[in-house]
Design a protein around this ligand. Structure first.
Ligand code: GDP
Length: 139
């Protein structure tokens, strides 16, 4: 089923000029980038986005990282886009990520792991709505 997911190219990726290389992996996997913009996340935006992790010991570090440099927020569209993108991203910890995945290819550590992708269709809708209006998404 054609669906949409939300993606972030994180600060470690923009800092190393990897946005084009990561987009190539996304597109080669059959996912279409139907919206994209470069933003510098505010602390409030990052705290809201990662609210689910607020009790975790790494929350402060995560918010600091996500606001440390620009990110590229994206909407990806394709067949089973949520699961497909999770597969293309690879495991959270790059040491455990499968060959050919974005995190295996590019991530620096479990924290600075280059990309975010929604983990469910419900979260994809919520996350897309935090950063994009309907008019900005051109499918
Ligand atoms: P994801 O869905 O694969 O991104 O993983 P999670 O939802 O478990 O974690 C969200 C994000 O928090 C990860 O992508 C990392 O950027 C960060 N994170 C997760 N675990 C750790 C950790 O142990 N240390 C740090 N610094 N960051 C972490």
């Amino acid at each position: 089923m054609t669906e949409r997911t939300f993606s972030i190219l994180k600060p470690d990726a923009t800092r190393r000029n990897l946005t084009g290389k990561i987009n190539a992996v996304i597109e080669d996997a059959g996912l279409r980038i139907v919206a994209q913009k470069r933003i510098h996340m505010s602390k409030a935006q990052a705290e809201k986005f990662y609210e689910i992790h607020k009790e975790r010991p790494f929350f402060g570090e995560l918010v600091e990282f996500m606001t440390s440099a620009p990110v590229v927020v994206q909407v990806l569209e394709g067949a089973d886009a949520v699961a497909k993108y999770r597969e293309v991203m690879g495991a959270t910890n790059p040491a455990q990520a499968a060959d050919g995945t974005i995190r295996k290819l590019f991530a620096e550590s479990v924290g600075e792991n280059s990309v975010h992708g929604s983990d469910s269709q419900d979260n994809a809708k919520i996350e897309i709505a935090q950063f994009f209006t309907d008019a900005e998404i051109v499918g």
